[in-house]
Design a protein around this ligand. Sequence first.
Ligand code: CMP
Length: 138
Amino acid sequence: MEKTLVLIKPDAVKKNHIGDIIRIYEKNGLKIMAMKLMKMDEKIAALHYAEHINKPFYPELVEFMTSSPLVAMVLGGEGAIKKVRDLHGATDPQKAAEGTIRRLYAKDKSENAVHASDSPESAAREIHIFFSEVEIFA
Ligand code: CMP
């Protein structure tokens, strides 16, 4: 079963959309293999967003992601990585297709409700930033 890391970001948690978003994953056949409510700190942000450290939006991204709790999850299923990204829609909610999670619940490119791994390599790397093997249930 393919696994992917999903974050329900602080904006969606604050707006009480955890249940709405999880329902979409479950309705689409994805299995929750691990899940926790937690706060990202600067160390976790630097690991998770290593490829963005030199981007102009990095300080804003870290400030937002560490501002209040998020939900970290491992979702599993056939083709889970692409399936979750399709359910999320484009990074910019204005460009996200109708019915996608970002179109429904995101405000802008920064407060965009959810994150998901973009490849099997990213998924393997990102999952182990948030979860140890014994916290993941097949
Ligand atoms: P995410 O999938 O978490 O991965 C990188 C994040 O950087 C992305 O979602 C956005 O939240 C954020 N991001 C990307 N581009 C911009 C931008 N131009 N301004 C602010 N944040 C951005």
